[in-house]
Design a protein around this ligand. Structure first.
Ligand SMILES: Cc1cc2nc3c(=O)[nH]c(=O)nc-3n(C[C@H](O)[C@H](O)[C@H](O)COP(=O)(O)OP(=O)(O)OC[C@H]3O[C@@H](n4cnc5c(N)ncnc54)[C@H](O)[C@@H]3O)c2cc1C
Length: 860
């Protein structure tokens, strides 16, 4: 080992290297190359005896990439790209390994790699501000920076197969396949596992073996790869303008420059849908499969249509119907486990010497010296193949004993859940970087593109630190927590976390159940990383004290998409319009909302208001009545809206709560100013109490609900009913209510603009409804009532990005302080209009569910 003195002007301590890298796969090789180009001393270690990482270890028959080879390659060097020709659409393992070997030779990287050497531990020396890295055999080297380029799928999972140690014959693991290959000719082979490695290898093992018995725990969705030449139009696009091609990949969702559809499966006719599904089946492209329709990954009904299509394909290929059914995945949404590409996988089960065992029905009781016993049979085998997968994403990271500040190890820090900032760094471990770590797009992307971006970001950061004489970097707890929330928020608006899979750690006993990759796309992720740098490394602390702390993304991803979409419409601010024009615009937007769920019955009627008849719309649940009744007051700032303007939200509440919702068309300003809305609300509530039974309701089971200005009406009605001695109300459900007429609330400053309901729009609403003199009246500002005790139980929902947030929070607190049973939901990342946006915003479904539960609870 060459001992060097690090060269940076920032360095005060002598280290062996500026940077020690663990791993010599795609990531480690590029890191070495880039670090050298910066003039830094860097050294890599790999347990393997050569370069290649994944492609060094995974030599099982049929091992190939499933991202098109042209895309699954480095893009940093045009000459390298021009000099290397891939022989097929999906290169084999030997070809990818040859490519990585070529890269190592071309850039003379091997001289800075120590092979056949595992890194056992790494310890941060707080006093010296350096890492001590100990390798197998006990040698220790020091470095300013320590980078884990250890791969997401590099630690094979220990096989949880009972009695596997009894087997006297050879056991082969796909992730550590013998270099000399395996000849299965004439052998009876058991293959355990049907993930990607099993699906790729089983057809080729079956070509040689005397018999193959496949032990399947959970079936996977697999599509024919249709391997062959690279599609000519994509090759041409790359030759035509390689920079544009790679830029498009970098800005894309998955790291491959393919156009992604905005069409929804649920909007297509059956014929259109099937044609598109057939195209995807025929194309054999993983990204095309994942993005077949815009709604397949987030709408269960759309997802089922696609899954049904694939299940029918399986049934059409596999001759034996019982075997076909066992191969059909039914317990999770398609794509929530890694979708596979195969060559003749399902066809292989039509061969007489290939058998399938469903481990759900007949689990392995034990492996014996000569075979495998299941619940109902004993079978003899000459060899066992374990295709049981990896301890993914975190396995190789915590396998090294990494000790950061104050003796805390990475394993300890992540014992109850993984926390990283961007998947690049983690607090308490200064100057440690992880390439494609958990919380980055990693395995949900073309990893070649993700690796290049991470390597470049790390190198730029070290350059920045050296240029500014900064010695240490690590994320702050707040930034890290914010990022973890954002990773979860994105995953939770998709169906991806549903399956038990290695994406969320459920394939490893005892591992935390947490969705690990970031699914916001490589383009969005790159933007975030760049924004963080532009904001003086937002959320990172340098030298323990220099920090621009903050959270990069708080907004729920789908709410953000909604805001971006609204911005594209270029609508005029409501408050700049005449009242009629503003009402027309509001009504036009309501009309375009999705329909909302079916309910048992919808009927329109009139009821007496304070000074004349009011229209109402009644929503009855699809269950046997009678039902409790909820008087609902729509949003619209006492100026817009009607009994039907919150239609989809009312349907949703009716459906979730199992109650009759009566949406009341109370009078509006400026024609009917304060207290018209409140008086109408109270009159309507009295009438509903008196006429409950004739509406199919239950006498005495009445509550109120409302959104925004309607929340104001509902809250005021409760106070009026209390003052009047009736009617008795079972509860009040207030969504982002106006409860005060003043503007002296921080949220009016913090979220004054940019979140649809603006401060100036609220001023416009209030001006049209209520005189200044009345703004402190409890009939306008229920928060100002002197006594809130004795009010009905409340559910108050407030949203993080809403000017009305703080007054809603204050009302929830005031109610609770007055002894009113109060549930308060503070909806993180939501805006004023996103909770009632049924069919548009997935991330607020849980809030609507809480509201539904609250309404049920009022009548329990
Ligand atoms: C069969 C298979 C097929 C795949 N196909 C694709 C594909 O088509 N497209 C795609 O984007 N991704 C694919 N992947 C994911 C693949 O892992 C990445 O694309 C990429 O190869 C990862 O490169 P890496 O350098 O980050 O990690 P790796 O290639 O995993 O390299 C990590 C290296 O670190 C070494 N290492 C780990 N811990 C230590 C230690 N403590 N001490 C010393 N050395 C250590 C390992 O020996 C290994 O060589 C596939 C993975 C598998 C298993």
């Amino acid at each position: 080992m060459t001992t060097q003195i690090a060269t940076s002007p920032a360095v005060t301590t002598t280290t062996d290297y500026d940077v020690v890298v663990v791993g010599a796969g795609f990531a480690g090789l590029y890191l070495l190359h880039q670090l050298r180009a910066l003039g830094l001393s860097a050294h890599a270690y790999d347990a393997a005896d050569n370069v290649g990482g994944t492609w060094y270890w995974n030599r099982y028959p049929g091992a190939r990439c499933d991202i098109t080879s042209v895309d699954y390659a480095y893009s940093f060097d045009a000459d390298l790209e021009a000099d290397w020709q891939w022989s097929e659409k999906y290169a084999t393992q030997p070809e990818i390994l040859a490519y990585l070997s070529h890269v190592a030779d071309r850039f003379d990287l091997r001289s800075d790699i120590t092979f056949s050497t595992r890194v056992d531990s790494a310890k941060w020396d707080e006093d010296a501000g350096i890492w001590n890295i100990t390798v197998a055999g006990g040698d220790t080297v020091t470095a300013r920076f320590y980078v884990m380029a250890t791969g997401c799928l590099s630690l094979p999972k220990s096989p949880d197969v009972p009695g596997i140690e009894n087997f006297a014959g050879p056991i082969y693991t796909t992730g550590t396949w013998p270099h000399e290959g395996v000849d299965f000719t004439g052998k009876r082979v058991a293959v355990i596992g049907t993930g990607s490695s099993g699906i790729q290898s089983i057809p080729l093992i079956a070509e040689q073996a005397k018999s193959v018995t496949v032990f399947q725990r959970t079936p996977n969705f697999s599509f024919p790869a249709h391997n062959g030449p690279f599609p000519t139009e994509r090759a041409a696009a790359m030759i035509d303008d390689r920079d544009a091609y790679h830029q498009a990949a970098k800005k894309s969702g998955a790291g491959v420059p393919l156009k992604v559809t905005e069409l929804n499966a649920l909007d297509a006719t059956e014929e259109e849908r099937n044609a598109r599904f057939e195209d995807v089946w025929a194309a054999g492209d993983l990204i095309g499969i994942m993005t077949v329709y815009a709604d397949t990954l987030n709408n269960p009904d759309a997802n089922k249509l696609f899954a049904d299509f694939v299940r029918n394909k399986i049934r059409s290929i596999v001759a034996d119907p019982v075997t076909a059914e066992i191969l059909c995945p039914t317990t999770y949404p398609i794509a929530s486990k890694r979708v596979c590409l195969d060559t003749n996988y399902y066809q292989t089960f039509n061969l007489d010497h290939v058998h399938l065992i469903d481990l759900h029905n007949t689990p392995i009781t034990t492996v014996t010296a000569s075979g495998i016993d299941t619940a109902d049979a004993s079978s003899e085998f000459d060899a066992i193949v374990l295709a049981t997968g990896f301890d993914a994403m975190t396995g190789a990271l915590v396998a090294v004993d990494i000790e950061g500040r104050d003796g805390l190890t990475l394993k300890q820090k992540w014992a109850d859940g993984v926390q990283t900032y961007l998947g690049l760094a983690t607090g308490g471990f200064p100057n440690l970087f992880t390439v494609t770590g958990p919380g980055s797009p990693s395995v949900q992307s073309n990893m070649a593109v993700s690796i290049e971006q991470h390597v470049e970001w790390i190198c730029d950061t070290i350059t920045h630190m050296d240029a500014n004489e900064l010695l240490t970097i690590e994320p702050t707890p707040g930034a890290e927590e914010g990022w973890s929330n954002h990773v979860n928020d994105f995953a939770n608006i998709t169906l991806l976390p549903i399956a038990k899979s290695w994406f969320n750690g459920s394939n490893v006993a005892g591992k935390n159940h947490q969705y690990l990759p970031y699914v916001g796309g490589v383009g969005g992720y790159r933007t975030i990383c760049d924004e963080i740098v532009a904001a003086d490394y937002l959320g990172f602390v340098f030298n323990d004290d220099q920090c621009n702390d903050g959270v990069i993304r708080r907004m729920q991803p789908d709410v953000n998409i909604m805001l971006e979409f609204l911005a594209t419409l270029g609508l005029p601010p409501f408050e700049t319009l005449e009242v009629d024009a503003a009402r027309e615009l509001s009504a036009a937007l309501s009309d375009q909302s999705p329909a909302g769920p079916e309910v048992g019955e919808v009927l329109d009627g009139t009821l007496p208001g304070a000074v004349g008849d009011l229209g109402y719309r009644l929503y009855r649940p699809d269950t046997a009545g009678p039902h409790p009744i909820v008087a609902y007051f729509h949003g619209g700032g006492w100026v817009f809206g009607s009994a039907t303007s919150d239609d989809s939200f009312c349907r949703d509440l009716c459906d979730r709560a199992g109650v009759i919702i009566v949406s009341v068309d109370y009078r509006h300003g400026p024609e009917d100013r304060f207290p018209a809305a409140a008086d109408d609300g109270f009159a309507a509530t009295q009438w509903l109490a008196q006429n409950a039974e004739s509406l199919g309701g239950i006498a005495g089971q009445l509550a109120v609900a409302g959104w925004s200005a309607g929340g104001n009406v509902a809250a005021v009605v409760c106070q009026l009913a209390k003052d009047a001695g009736g009617p008795t109300l079972a509860g009040q459900c207030l969504l982002t209510p106006v409860v005060d007429g003043g503007f002296d609330w921080p949220s009016y400053e913090e979220t004054a603009e940019g979140y649809v309901l603006t401060r100036s729009l609220m001023e416009w609403f209030l001006n049209h409804y209520v005189d200044d003199a009345d703004r402190t009246s409890p009939k306008m500002a229920p928060l100002r009532a002197t006594d809130l005790s004795g009010l009905p139980p409340a559910m108050v929902v407030t949203c993080e990005f809403d000017p009305l947030r703080d007054q809603g929070n204050a009302y929830a607190k005031a109610l609770a302080d007055a002894g009113v049973p109060t549930a308060h939901v503070q909806a993180h990342g939501q805006i004023h209009i996103s909770v009632p946006a049924v069919g548009q915003i997935v991330s607020s479904i849980w809030v609507r569910e809480e509201m539904g539960q609250a309404l049920r609870g009022f009548f329990a």
